[in-house]
Design a protein around this ligand. Structure first.
Ligand code: DX5
Ligand code: ZN
Length: 224
C-alpha cells in the first residue's frame, strides 16, 4: 500500500493550547494540518479564519508540513487572497459554493496556492469531473460538512474508488483526501479504496487518550 499521509483536523483540538497540540502532531510525523473554515452560512457552524492559518504557519514551515485549508464558506473567491497571504499551501473549495468552479481553481493557483476541490456526500461526482484534471487535490467529504465527530457515510466509499480510478487512468498526481468520520476502525478501508491523505479530527484530538497514542493507532491500522 502506498504511504498515506495523515491530516489532523484542528477543529477538534483544544484551542487554549492549539500550538502545542499541532506541534505534537508534527512531531509524530503528520504531513498535513487540516484547517476547517466555516462561516455559519454555507454550513451551520462558525470556526476559524486566516488569523489561525497565519499563527500556525511558522510551526508548519519548521516541519515542512502542508497547510491544508478547507473552505466551507459562501463566496470563497472573496477570501482566497487572504488565505494565500496567511500561508495556505492548499485551498480546497466546495463545488456547491462556487458559481464557476474552474475559475475559482485558476484563481487559487494564481495566488501561488495548490487548488483542491470537494463535494458534499449528496453531490454527484459528475459535478466536479471536468475540473479534476486542473487540481492538485480532490477531497471526498465522508460526512455532511459543518461539524467534527460525525459518523462516516458508507456510500462515500464508492466515490473514493471512482476518483482513484480517474486519477490513475489519467496519470494524475493529485492527492485524494477523505474527510469526516475517519477512525481506527475504518481508516484501512478508506486507504484501500484509494485515499492518499486521510483527515482525522475527533479520532486524534478528542478520544480520551493522548494525541501520540491516537496517531500511532491510526498508523498501525494502515501499516504506515
Ligand atoms: C467537517 C470537517 C472535517 C471534520 C473532521 O465539516 O470538514 O474536517 O473536522 O472531523 P472528524 O474526524 O471528527 O469527523
Ligand atoms: Zn475538513
Amino acid at each position: 500500500m502506498a504511504k498515506v499521509k495523515l491530516a489532523p483536523s484542528i477543529l477538534s483540538a483544544d484551542f487554549a493550547c492549539l500550538g502545542e497540540q499541532v506541534e505534537l502532531c508534527l512531531e509524530e510525523g503528520c504531513e498535513f494540518v487540516h484547517v476547517d473554515v466555516m462561516d455559519g452560512h454555507f454550513v451551520p457552524n462558525i470556526s476559524m479564519g486566516p488569523m489561525v492559518v497565519k499563527s500556525l504557519k511558522p510551526l508548519l514551515a519548521k516541519y515542512n508540513a502542508v497547510m491544508d485549508v478547507h473552505l466551507m464558506i459562501t463566496k470563497p473567491d472573496n477570501y482566497l487572497k487572504e488565505f494565500a497571504e496567511a500561508g495556505a499551501d492548499v485551498i480546497t473549495v466546495h463545488v456547491e459554493s462556487c458559481g464557476r468552479l474552474g475559475d475559482t481553481v485558476e484563481m487559487i493557483r494564481s495566488h501561488g496556492v495548490r487548488p483542491g476541490i470537494t463535494l458534499n456526500p449528496d453531490t454527484k461526482l459528475e459535478k466536479i469531473l471536468e475540473v479534476i484534471p486542473n487540481v492538485d487535490l480532490v477531497l471526498i467529504m465522508s460526512v455532511n460538512p459543518g461539524f467534527g465527530g460525525q459518523k462516516f457515510v458508507p456510500a462515500t466509499m464508492k466515490k473514493i474508488a471512482d476518483v482513484r480510478k480517474i486519477l490513475d487512468e489519467t496519470e494524475s498526481k493529485a492527492e485524494l483526501e477523505v474527510d469526516g468520520g475517519i477512525k481506527v476502525s475504518n481508516v484501512r478501508s478508506v486507504v484501500e479504496a484509494g485515499a492518499s491523505v486521510v483527515v482525522a479530527g475527533s479520532a486524534i484530538f478528542s478520544s480520551g487518550t493522548t494525541i501520540e497514542h491516537n496517531i500511532a493507532e491510526i498508523r498501525k491500522a494502515v501499516d504506515i
